[in-house]
Design a protein around this ligand. Structure first.
Ligand SMILES: [Zn+2]
Length: 505
């Protein structure tokens, strides 16, 4: 779908601060004596070895459980690795509760022994991965650093320094973000249905009462007063402010989806909005977090009719859109729709995050390299929640299925050397726009996942260059260290192999 957001990337005056204090740190001199690529290979190998060793140890422990007849414990041990398709990016949904689950006081001695062995393995793995993450960051391998940190928190969600790295602190025996602690200290509690509420209000809200203008009214009265979007509910989450005239509950549900996107985006693209020194300091546990900058603004209409009606005067092309981001107003607009699969939401909100998380040039993507700004939004559309993980990517995602079909069946392919020269207008006026978008989706997936993420860091640098209009038609080969023709070839092999990419690792 052609969204209005892509037609109007006007200049935003971004003033949002990055989240980390500016601590400058020179890279250790000794480190620079080694050729970086050799060091990078060594780090990637160490990561692989740590993973294999951990898998073998878990397996061994699971077999020990089998021998003792501990069926449930054997299953838990085997499941500890979690999903690991290299064609997907995973972030675990972390528990708020601090500390591993407690065993019942009457647990048999064999279970107690298993619990100790299991926790020791997990702790050791997390500590080793955390160390590796810091080394990788100091060697300018943010992609590998993040992956190691995510594997560390997966192994042990209570590893203090990795928790801190991801912005958590311990508060009343729970892992909380700075923002959450502030809210809790104000006497508020989070409810999945109504968002942040004073603790004393929760029961009455559940009974259908609403507190409005200093008095209690019914939810029906509240809804009637908020028919107009300007009088709508204002839902605040950690990084978003959402105005809606649908319902308080729908605004809160939307906020939770946006926060998930934010979480994944801010981890994958940390080097887009924070400097190398900031990130090194963060991985070393020395960064002070700053209060978040301005919230991202979102307007969420009760239905499509209301969306069209409210916006047609300011945006004459609104009819062809199903949601869009307007960078000049720094606002994303959506409407409630039962058939909505939230792909448009994730797509447009991704444009918003790239535009509002650091200064962006009004010329971004105008002259060249426009495809990547769409490719990355198409990739982020794939967000899924599955088995305690947030996932992105995968050959089973509909954008990848379409991209492979266009390439392998239709034989449609614009060589990268040509595509890189296309600016925004060229692509938007091209009759092949839908197919070009498909190719952009496939290429982006390739740059993120090919050969265990070989080009992931280059991709982030590429996006930074494009959004600050410091790119040329040759930026991509320069950053990846691979010629256009080489990338074309690798892409075609990657797409032809499909899921075979995963099983060969
Ligand atoms: Zn777009």
């Amino acid at each position: 779908m052609l969204q209005l957001g892509i037609m109007n990337p006007l200049s935003p005056k971004t003033s949002r601060r990055v989240f980390f204090a500016l601590i400058s740190l020179a890279l250790g001199g000794a480190l620079l004596l080694f050729p970086l690529s050799l060091l990078a290979d060594e780090l990637a190998r160490t990561a692989q070895e740590l993973k294999s060793k951990y898998a073998a140890e878990l397996n061994q422990l699971a077999s020990w459980c089998d021998e003792k007849g501990l069926k449930a414990e054997a299953r838990k041990t085997r499941n500890a690795l979690g999903p690991h398709d290299p064609m997907k990016f995973y972030v675990p949904a972390l528990p708020a509760e601090a500390g591993p689950p407690k065993l019942p006081p009457d647990a048999p001695p064999a279970v107690v022994e298993w619990d100790q062995k299991f926790n020791r393995l997990r702790k050791e793995q997390a500590a080793a991965l955390n160390e590796l993450a810091r080394r990788a960051m100091r060697s300018n391998r943010p992609g590998l650093a993040l992956e190691s940190a995510l594997d560390a928190i997966r192994a042990n969600p209570d590893n203090e320094s990795v928790r801190r790295l991801f912005g958590y602190q311990k508060y009343q025996n729970q892992w909380r973000t700075v923002y959450e602690v502030k809210k809790l200290r104000q006497g508020l509690v989070w409810t999945d249905k109504f968002g942040w509420l004073p603790k004393a209000y929760v029961k009455r809200y559940e009974e259908g009462r609403r507190f409005c203008n200093n008095k209690w009214i019914t939810s029906a009265e509240d809804a009637a007063a908020r028919r107009d979007i300007d009088a709508g509910w204002l839902v605040e989450t950690e990084h978003y402010a959402i105005r809606t005239n649908h319902s308080l509950e729908a605004g809160v549900a939307l906020g939770q989806k946006l926060e998930r996107l934010y979480l994944l985006w801010s981890q994958l693209f940390i080097r887009y909005f924070a400097t190398e020194d900031d990130v090194i300091a963060l991985f070393d546990g020395r960064a002070k977090t700053q209060p978040p900058g301005r919230r991202h603004l979102v307007v969420y209409y009760r239905d499509r009719a209301d969306y069209l009606d409210s916006l047609k005067e300011i945006f004459p092309d609104i009819e062809i859109s199903v949601g869009f981001y307007q960078s000049r107003l720094r606002t994303a607009y959506f409407y409630a729709d039962e058939k909505n699969d939230f792909r448009t939401l994730y797509h447009e909100a991704t444009h918003q995050l790239f535009h509002e998380s650091r200064p962006v040039s009004p010329k971004a993507g105008k002259l060249a390299n426009f495809w990547i700004t769409e490719g990355i939004a198409l990739y982020m559309e794939s967000l899924q929640v599955r088995d305690g993980f947030y996932e992105l990517g995968g050959f089973d995602d509909q954008r990848m299925i379409a991209a492979r079909y266009r390439l392998l069946n239709d034989r449609f392919y614009v060589p990268l050397s040509e595509l890189a020269g296309y600016g925004m207008e060229k692509i938007q006026k091209d009759p092949r726009i839908a197919t070009l978008y498909s190719q952009a989706a496939g290429l982006t997936h390739f740059l993120i996942h090919y050969d265990r993420g070989r080009y992931r860091d280059a991709l982030v640098s590429y996006l930074s260059a494009v959004y600050s209009a410091q790119d040329t038609e040759h930026t991509l080969p320069k950053l990846t260290g691979a010629k256009f023709e080489e990338l074309d070839q690798q892409y075609k092999e990657f797409m032809a192999k499909g899921d075979g990419n995963s099983s060969s690792k």
